[in-house]
Design a protein around this ligand. Structure first.
Ligand SMILES: [Zn+2]
Length: 185
């Protein structure tokens, strides 16, 4: 898996990117090819789902549709990678200065704990997320911080549906015992 870090896209690309993707037949076909290539697997947390996965541009340039520049990412990791969206537009991501886990692990653990019905405070406590700090559009500032996808409702409906689908899938498929930390990873 690739290392996940808080990051953001240039805000002028946010709307154009989505609009452009929606209207292009070519993009739909390319998107499906990438999902199949990646076995519908998020390249950052390993989450597999046939619905609601996102194909995103590795270099942040929505015009660069080379296959090497495209990869599958789940809705949760996408909100961390595009934390301007996650924090400012969708309003679902909180940022902390400290955690006992990596950003990739935080995503996996959050998804599983939420699927088990744990609330945000319980998950934050388990992850030892400490000292909440504001979002800033500065990569060097975000780089060493940790994003947490809260249970707040996302600003956009499709994001909310994608998140809920992920929690539902994990709930259905996770029938392992609950004794160790391993259950979350
Ligand atoms: Zn992911």
């Amino acid at each position: 898996m690739k290392k996940l870090c808080l990051s953001f896209s240039n805000s002028k690309n946010w709307r154009n990117d989505i609009h452009k993707k929606m209207i292009s037949e070519d993009w739909r076909e390319l998107r499906l090819n990438i999902l199949k290539r990646d076995n519908y697997t998020c390249q950052y947390c390993g989450f597999i789902a046939e619905k609601w996965q996102i194909v995103h541009h590795v270099d942040g340039n929505p015009a660069n549709n080379e296959e090497a520049n495209l990869e599958t990412i789940c809705p949760m990791c996408n909100l961390i990678h595009h934390s301007g969206q996650g924090c400012e537009i969708q309003g679902v991501v909180d940022i902390f200065r400290e955690s006992s886990y990596s950003q990739n692990e935080i995503i996996k653990i959050t998804r599983k704990m939420r699927a088990q019905g744990k609330n945000d405070l319980e998950i934050i406590d388990f992850l030892s997320l400490k000292e909440k700090v504001p979002f800033k559009m500065k990569r060097h500032y975000l780089k060493n911080l940790y994003g947490f996808v809260t249970s707040r409702k996302a600003g956009q409906d499709w994001t909310q549906k994608g998140l809920e689908y992920g929690y539902k899938i994990v709930k259905i498929t996770n029938i392992s015992n609950q004794r160790s930390i391993d259950k979350y990873l």
